[in-house]
Design a protein around this ligand. Structure first.
Ligand SMILES: Cc1cc2nc3c(=O)[nH]c(=O)nc-3n(C[C@H](O)[C@H](O)[C@H](O)COP(=O)(O)OP(=O)(O)OC[C@H]3O[C@@H](n4cnc5c(N)ncnc54)[C@H](O)[C@@H]3O)c2cc1C
Length: 417
């Protein structure tokens, strides 16, 4: 089979963006994208779908319309990579040779890691905006919810858009208020994380919202099981100081129990979680993944995004083993770095472009309100707009709901920004 100058695995946010930019820069490149899916999704709007304020259909486009002109679409799944021989094997057994490779497969969802979750997700008020199958169910379950505990949680693994588990919580809390159900509802956020958000001043702003809106938070809580029959979630507490006092009247009201082995049990009437995530198995099992990483993300230099051993391999997006927050906003800043460095590599020039870890998290705090957290590898705030986005604002909501989706489809995926 012929050899591609650039072979991209994955035609999601990162794969399409980087392909479009490369072909704008150098239209004659012989470039192919391996992507099995007919459809492409704008995942950031799934939070809004789950809250009943965006149509799922509007998050979906045909992949064929997004493959940039000049790129070849190999409509298959990649099954293995042999970086020594510079070859990718497809699910149909075919082999594809490359001169340079860009890995952009995104993450894999591992529902089975939490016992009870794979059997119950999408039923009994147990849901996740992370999977296209359940985003509309989130809205259905919120509407059906009458009273009791609405529990928002997440696994201990890395996840994309780390803010998404709390965005739907703020929207749900607002929705229950609008529906007159709030007085009989406990909003609970239980997370393996140690703080609500890692970066100031956004952290302070979110802590204030949590206080004012009477949201019960439980940190250092590692989700280990869902018991759908009992409608409880079970946690291991990773810091003894954070084991809840079951004699505390508030915790009693929430129905929190301690098991003999020290596990904490939280009952729920509605539960939203993110699935446990990792690199796809075929990446984990390849020579490209980081050896000490249990999640198997691709080893790359965090600045140049180049693999340290297989220098004709680059990775970006959620599958890259870089310590930034995994978001589409990060992809937007990574793509030009990969483009510049990959072309330099082909031209046998030194690599100069560097990614500084920029990521952003648009935290929707209610219908019509959003704050925009922007930060870098050092967890320093990295604001890019001329207004203060560290407090909830209406114009940021407009950005989220209307401007960013337009920008995504018409600029970013076209390689124009
Ligand atoms: C609920 C939710 C809310 C979010 N909110 C935001 C937000 O507000 N802001 C933000 O910036 N980001 C947000 N994100 C994150 C954002 O969507 C991702 O970070 C972004 O899509 C990552 O791009 P990617 O290309 O790495 O992965 P993806 O866009 O997921 O694309 C990966 C592609 O690889 C393909 N693929 C997988 N395996 C193979 C294989 N074996 N062979 C070939 N192709 C393969 C897949 O089919 C897919 O098309 C959110 C995500 C979710 C789920």
């Amino acid at each position: 089979m012929e050899k591609y100058q650039v072979l991209i695995i994955g035609g999601g946010t990162a794969g399409i963006t980087v392909a479009a930019q490369l072909l704008r820069e150098r239209p004659q490149l012989k470039l192919a994208i391996i992507e099995p899916s007919d459809k492409h999704y704008y995942q950031p709007a799934w939070t809004l779908v789950g809250a009943g304020t965006y149509r799922f259909e509007d998050t979906e486009r045909d992949e064929k319309d997004l493959i940039p002109k000049g790129a070849e679409w190999i409509k298959e799944s990649a099954e293995s990579i042999d970086p020594e021989y510079q070859q990718v094997t497809l699910e149909n057994g075919q082999q594809v040779d490359y001169q340079t490779l860009i890995v952009a497969t995104g993450v894999q969802y591992n529902w089975n890691v939490i016992p009870g979750l794979s059997q119950s997700i999408g039923t009994q008020g147990i849901t996740s905006n992370y999977d296209k199958k359940y985003t509309e169910y989130t809205w259905e379950a919120l509407q059906q919810f009458q009273q009791g505990n609405a529990l928002f949680t997440q696994p201990h693994t890395p996840i994309k858009c780390g803010g998404a588990p709390q965005k739907i919580m703020y929207l749900a809390e607002h929705y229950f208020r609008k529906e007159g159900k709030r007085a009989n509802t406990n909003i609970i956020f239980a997370t393996p994380g140690t703080v609500i958000f890692g970066v100031e001043p956004y952290k302070g702003a979110l802590q204030k919202i949590i206080r004012e809106r009477n949201i019960h938070t439980f940190f250092f809580h590692k989700l280990v099981e869902i018991r759908p029959q009992e409608k409880t979630a079970v946690y291991e507490v990773t810091n003894p100081e954070h084991i809840p006092d079951v004699n505390d009247p508030v915790n009693q009201k929430l129905g929190i129990k301690l098991e003999d082995d020290g596990r904490v049990v939280i009952p729920f009437n509605f539960l939203h979680t993110a699935p446990p995530q990792s690199a796809p198995d075929f990446i984990k099992n390849s020579a490209l993944s980081k050896k000490d990483d249990p999640y198997g993300f691709v080893e790359v230099d965090q600045y140049t995004l180049q693999h340290p051993h297989f220098r004709n391999v680059f990775a970006l997006g959620d599958v890259a083993g870089t310590p930034n927050a995994k978001t589409g906003a990060a992809v937007r800043k990574q793509a030009p770095v990969v483009v510049e460095n990959l072309l330099k590599f082909i031209d046998e020039q030194p690599l100069e472009a560097q990614y500084n870890g920029y990521s952003s998290c648009p935290i929707v705090t209610g219908y019509g309100k959003m704050l925009l957290a922007e930060f870098d590898y050092q967890n320093n705030a990295a604001p890019s707009l001329p207004v203060n986005t560290s407090r909830p604002r209406w114009d940021m909501w407009i950005l989220k709901k209307y401007i960013l989706p337009w920008f995504y489809w018409h600029r970013m995926l076209r390689g124009k920004g």
